[in-house]
Design a protein around this ligand. Structure first.
Ligand code: MG
Length: 368
């Protein structure tokens, strides 16, 4: 296989409602879509880097630069056998995982299309339906939060995750546990706490949460291991796991009992699959997190979530929870049982809406 050319495209998409975490609030996304011509077939990828470096060091702008100036030269003219080989080709560049993943994802889509098979089958997926949970941002009041949870449960979602931050943690969780005793409930702190916050964390430990996601430093495996020793609630790591080696270290240290796998954070589907396999071997369940993706990234997440060890509901949800109109057709929908049907068409199995994408595009660059 050879990548003949790549088109980078930045699109702007306004969320149906702002999304707030412990670190930032997002109203509008600046998303890079990657369109790669691989042996004459077009594959699509999406870069999940945020507008600001508050989740990871990468941003929309650094990813664009990394793809154009540093990654493309390693891909250009390279002959390789399969999309899973792309990671090794890009390995001389350190970090920039989201930029790498976006290019690699487009090649995976193209390879599946060249072979006339769905991407999830090419990856080795085993599920025709995936379980869907929601991620609810920080809300102004606990009443507003409870209302949002009621709405999502009525729509069928299988588990509820809420974002927490200092001052918006104990009260919201207590309120939800009072009203919804038996739901699968979890919290995500996006690294808002330190070990010194133990008294508060200890309180959260009493709410039989499914897991607490990334409570401590974004790159601090050691403290998470210390916390997990005295914590009943399983810790799930997100930000900390940006390489296969970090995943291995986290498991060996006992820094978590669950891992949230995001293909962008770890540099693509090949590494995501390796981390999945490693977790499976070690009895660590995984699930797929979300990065406020457009339909292209969402489609890749659906394919990834079909691997056998994705045994917990992920953050992959319906298009309409984020966008008035998504860039793919059909849009992603969720059944009343809180599941997403995995598409059967070749590649990602959803068709990019070219006209809409053109309309949303604010800059384009062709690499050849
Ligand atoms: Mg998270």
């Amino acid at each position: 296989m050879r990548v003949r050319s790549v088109v980078l495209r930045e699109i702007r998409m306004r969320l149906v409602a702002p999304f707030e975490t412990s670190v930032d609030r997002t109203d509008e996304r600046r998303i890079i879509l990657v369109e790669a011509d691989v042996d004459g077939v077009v594959g699509w990828g999406e870069c999940v880097a945020g507008e600001k470096p508050f989740y990871s060091p990468e941003t929309t702008d650094t990813a664009w630069l990394a793809m154009r100036d540093f990654l493309w030269p390693f891909l250009k003219d390279a002959e390789f056998e399969k999309a899973a080989d792309v990671w090794e080709l890009l390995e001389p560049v350190r970090g920039h995982n989201m930029a790498k993943a976006a290019l690699e994802a487009a090649v995976w889509d193209a390879e599946a299309k060249l072979k006339g098979m769905p991407l999830w089958k090419l990856l080795g997926g085993v599920r025709e339906e995936i379980a869907s949970g929601v991620s609810i941002g920080v809300k102004e009041s606990v009443d507003e939060l409870a209302k949002a949870v009621r709405k999502e449960l009525a729509a069928g979602y299988q588990r509820v995750k809420i974002k927490i931050k200092p001052g918006k943690d104990f009260e919201p969780v207590k309120r939800l546990r009072d009203e919804f005793r038996d739901i699968k409930l979890m919290v995500d702190a996006n690294s808002a706490y330190r070990m010194e916050d133990w008294p508060l964390l200890k309180q959260l430990d009493g709410f039989y949460l499914m897991m607490i996601e990334q409570p401590l430093g974004w790159d601090d495996l050691y403290s998470h291991a210390e916390l997990q020793k005295k914590f009943e609630t399983p810790i799930c790591l997100d930000e900390c796991i940006h390489t296969e080696e970090q995943a291995r270290a986290a498991i060996a240290l006992g820094a978590c009992k669950i891992i949230n796998i995001k293909m962008g954070r770890v540099g693509g589907l090949a590494v995501a699959r390796r981390i999945h396999d490693l977790c499976q071997k070690n009895g660590v369940p995984v699930w797929c997190g979300g990065m406020l993706e457009s339909g292209i990234g969402r489609a890749h997440n659906i394919a990834l979530s079909t691997l056998p060890n994705f045994t917990l509901p992920g953050d992959v949800t319906a298009s309409k929870r984020y966008w008035n109109e998504d860039v793919i057709e059909p849009e992603v929908t969720v059944s009343t049982r809180g599941t997403i049907r995995v598409p059967t068409g070749p590649g990602i199995g959803f068709a990019p809406k070219r006209e809409l994408i053109e309309k949303l595009t604010v800059r384009t660059e062709r690499l050849a």
